[in-house]
Design a binder for this molecule. Structure first.
Ligand SMILES: CC[C@H](O)CC(=O)C(=O)O
Ligand SMILES: [Mn+2]
Length: 339
């Protein structure tokens, strides 16, 4: 029997960046990475929430240069491999090279679910750099299964070792996850992964549905330290998989301890499904939009849920963060006209 049936990537140090306004410090990253490595977590993703070079006015400025965070994480891990996320158009092959030089061993190249073709250069470069490569198809609820398969096959043809179904909005229902993973399983030769968000309280159910259909690469965030309501909670996932007899190779007690002692201290407030994170899942909006929408709601004196619902109707995708303020301003205009 294999040592691991399911391989977990811990994403708190990248996806969790959204939840804390990209304020990670070297000290936090060192503490968490060291503990995750000690708990035998195989992959730890570290980067700005929006991937390499995400630090900007558009996406939010990082407190600490992400390269310093990546280097710090790599320097304290004995077994865990450091993964980085890269969204072509935000990050470039230059940042990828830099990350590889300082210890990143896995490149996860993320595109909108219908735009896999923009990943070919970055996947090829990651392979040239000797990195393990992942194609990350975001906002997977926005494309029909056939389209998703077509896009995943493109990533496979560029050399990706794994393709992920990414439920960025936490909008997918378990039967929708099943259909997607099954179709990928039937049509691709490479590993299939799943990345969930808990906005509709379905991250665990969706993850189990994905595993049932053959996904072997799964993302989790300890203490739900991820965008929106967070991701599938890693320590809970490890417990559930253990009960199912599915091996992750992760030490459960150590995972629970680091959740309590380190991750909980990083969160500015305990992670829960709030009215706003719930609306992300309900309306199908990118989880990373949460803090931006809340900020705009405050600035314009409107209900953040109205902004998110409208963004969902307009099918706004990553990279269109400027629309959040536009929508808030339009709601004010509309409300004033009615008065
Ligand atoms: C903005 C990138 C995004 O946070 C990637 C991701 O984790 C997702 O789409 O869920
Ligand atoms: Mn995510």
């Amino acid at each position: 029997m294999a040592e691991q049936d399911v391989i977990i990537t811990e994403v708190a140090l990248r996806d969790g960046s959204h939840a804390i306004g990209h304020q990670f410090t070297v000290d936090q990253v060192v503490q968490l990475s060291k503990a995750l490595d000690d708990a035998n977590v195989p992959y730890i993703e570290v980067a700005h929430g929006d991937g390499l070079a995400g630090s900007s006015l558009q996406y939010g400025l990082s407190k600490t240069d992400e390269m310093a965070l990546i280097e710090a994480a790599a320097s304290v891990c004995n077994n865990a491999k450091i993964a980085v996320l890269l969204l072509p158009g935000i990050g470039t092959v230059q940042e990828l090279k830099q990350a590889a030089n300082i210890g990143a061993e896995m490149a996860r190249v993320a595109t909108h679910v219908t735009e896999a073709d923009v990943s070919s250069q970055h996947i090829a470069m990651a392979k040239d750099l000797g990195m393990e490569t992942v194609g990350f198809l975001m906002m997977a609820h926005m494309a029909p299964v056939k389209k998703l398969v077509e896009q995943a096959k493109l990533m496979e043809s560029y050399g990706a070792d794994t393709v992920y179904v990414v439920d960025s909005a936490g909008a997918l229902l378990p039967h929708e996850v099943k259909a997607r993973i099954r179709a990928l399983r039937e049509n691709l030769q490479i590993n299939i992964g799943f990345h969930g968000h808990n906005n509709l309280s379905l991250a665990m159910a969706n993850t189990l549905a994905a595993i049932e259909e053959g996904a072997t690469r799964i993302d989790g965030s300890v203490r739900c330290l991820g965008a929106g309501a967070g991701n599938t909670q890693t320590e809970v996932l490890v417990s559930v998989l253990d009960r199912l007899g599915i091996k992750t190779g992760i030490d459960l007690y150590k995972m629970m301890d680091l959740s309590e002692d380190i991750a909980a201290q990083i969160l500015q407030k305990p992670q829960e499904i709030t009215k706003d994170s719930l609306v992300l899942g309900y309306a199908g909006v990118y989880s990373s939009f949460l803090l931006h929408a809340q900020k705009a709601a405050k600035q314009f004196g409107v209900d953040s849920r109205d902004i998110l619902i409208e963004l969902g109707k307009r099918r706004v995708v990553g990279g269109q963060e400027d629309m959040i303020v536009d929508v808030a301003a339009e709601i004010v205009k509309k409300n004033t006209a009615v008065m």
